[in-house]
Design a protein around this ligand. Structure first.
Ligand code: HEC
Length: 157
């Protein structure tokens, strides 16, 4: 009887463990998807700017703003991360306003500011990750993007 109870307890613990493992992978996957879409929509904005297609700018700016409001975007509870998210959303708003006013110069400036917000947030993530080394999550592509920017920054001054 005791053995049966222990066996049941072990079986239940195993099931719980599997459920939790799958859940956390699911959250990870959703976050990854959200992050990947950012690049896709940002490219859409750039295409809109290059071809003066204001509808294309407007729809992609709205999608970028919506992404930043999704639960899977919120991977850090820090004030700094919130601030960086707000800044990103502000750039998306500026893009939308520029598209509405059919002002390609304003859209170009807002796009530039948004790109700065991309790298600022990725740098923040990289630095904080370094500080708590040992966290399993990684930032492969974003790392490469940010690393690729470093030599230019040094050259600028
Ligand atoms: C407020 C913070 C923040 C901003 C702003 C931000 N990102 Fe990210 N980015 C993240 C996080 C968080 C990840 C995922 C980190 C991880 O995988 O652990 C990420 C990952 C990525 C990835 C890698 C996705 C993958 O497949 O692993 C790309 C590409 C990316 N971001 C593009 C962009 C672009 C383009 C912008 C600007 C238009 C941007 N990001 C702005 C936080 C941000």
């Amino acid at each position: 009887m005791k053995k049966a109870l222990i066996a049941t307890a072990i079986a239940m613990a195993t099931v719980m463990f599997c459920v939790l493992a799958v859940r956390s992978q699911e959250v990870d996957r959703q976050t990854k998807d959200v992050m990947k879409f950012k690049l896709h929509f940002a490219q859409g904005v750039l295409e809109g700017i290059a071809t003066e297609n204001f509808d294309l700018i407007a729809t992609n700016a709205a999608k970028l703003k919506a992404l930043s409001q999704q639960a899977s975007w919120q991977i850090r509870a820090t004030e700094e991360y919130q601030h960086l998210t707000t800044e990103f959303a502000r750039c998306a708003d500026s893009l939308a306003a520029a598209a509405k006013n059919k002002n390609v110069d304003a859209a170009t400036v807002a796009y530039f500011q948004m790109t700065v917000s991309c790298t600022t947030c990725h740098k923040y993530l990289r630095n904080t990750r370094r500080a708590d080394a040992g966290t399993p999550s990684s930032l492969p592509l974003a790392h490469r993007l940010v690393k690729g920017n470093e030599p230019n920054e040094n050259r600028a001054n």
